[in-house]
Design a protein around this ligand. Structure first.
Ligand code: GDP
Length: 177
C-alpha cells in the first residue's frame, strides 16, 4: 500500500542524562530541525520520526524525560523494550559527565530489559567557546570505549552531528542480530 504509516521496523530510543544537557534540544533538532534558545525545558514525552536506511523504512519513537530526571524518578517502564539509549552530557559541565557512570549507566543496567540495547554517548554543546569546555574529546572517547558505547560530540544549536548520531545508532541497531 501507499499509506504513510507503514514501516519495516519500529524502534524505541531513549534520551537520558542530567537536566540541562540538551536532551530536548537534540530531539527537537533531529525531529523538526529547529533550536529554541528560550525554552530550558521543552517538556515533550516522546516524538516520532520516520527514517529510511538501506532500503528499510524505520519508525523511531524517541523518548525524552520531560524534566523528570531532576527528581531521579525514571522508572522501568521508561526503559522497557528500548533498542537504543542516547546518554547525553554537556562538555562544559563536568558533573554531567561524571553522573553518567554514577547514575545513568547504572539505571540502564538495572532497568533495561533488552540485553542488546545499543548505547550512544553524546558530548553536547560543542558550539560553545573552547575556553568553556571542561570535558575533552579524549575523555569522551575513553569513556565510550570503556562502557561499550558509540560516541560523537554534537551541538543541538548548530546541528553538528545530530543527524549522524541517530543514523549511527539506528545502523548499529539494524546490524545487531
Ligand atoms: P534537557 O534538560 O537535557 O532537555 O536540556 P534542554 O534541551 O532543555 O537544554 C538546556 C539548555 O541548554 C537550554 O537553554 C538550551 O537552549 C541549551 N542548549 C541545548 N543544546 C545546546 C547546544 O548544543 N549548544 C548550546 N550553546 N546550548 C544548548
Amino acid at each position: 500500500g501507499t499509506a504513510g504509516g507503514e514501516f519495516d521496523h519500529l524502534f524505541k530510543v531513549l534520551l537520558i542524562g542530567d537536566s540541562g544537557v540538551g536532551k530536548s534540544s537534540l530531539l527537537l533538532r533531529f525531529t523538526s530541525d529547529t533550536f529554541d534558545d528560550l525554552s530550558p525545558t521543552i517538556g515533550v514525552d516522546f516524538k516520532l520520526k520516520m527514517m529510511s536506511l538501506q532500503g528499510k523504512r524505520l519508525k523511531l519513537t524517541i523518548w525524552d524525560t520531560a524534566g523528570q530526571e531532576r527528581f531521579r524518578t525514571l522508572t522501568s517502564s521508561y526503559y522497557r523494550g528500548a533498542q537504543g539509549v542516547i546518554l547525553v552530557y554537556d562538555v562544559t559541565r563536568r558533573a554531567t559527565f561524571t553522573n553518567l557512570s554514577d547514575i545513568w549507566l547504572k539505571e540502564v543496567e538495572r532497568y533495561s530489559t533488552n540485553e542488546d540495547c545499543i548505547k550512544m554517548l553524546i558530548g553536547n554543546k560543542v558550539d560553545l567557546e573552547e575556553s568553556e569546555r571542561v570535558v575533552t574529546k579524549k575523555e569522551g572517547i575513553a569513556f565510550a570505549r570503556q562502557h561499550g558505547c558509540l560516541f560523537l560530540e554534537a551541538s543541538a544549536k548548530t546541528s553538528i552531528n545530530v543527524q549522524r548520531c541517530f543514523d549511527e545508532l539506528v545502523q548499529k541497531i539494524l546490524d545487531t542480530p
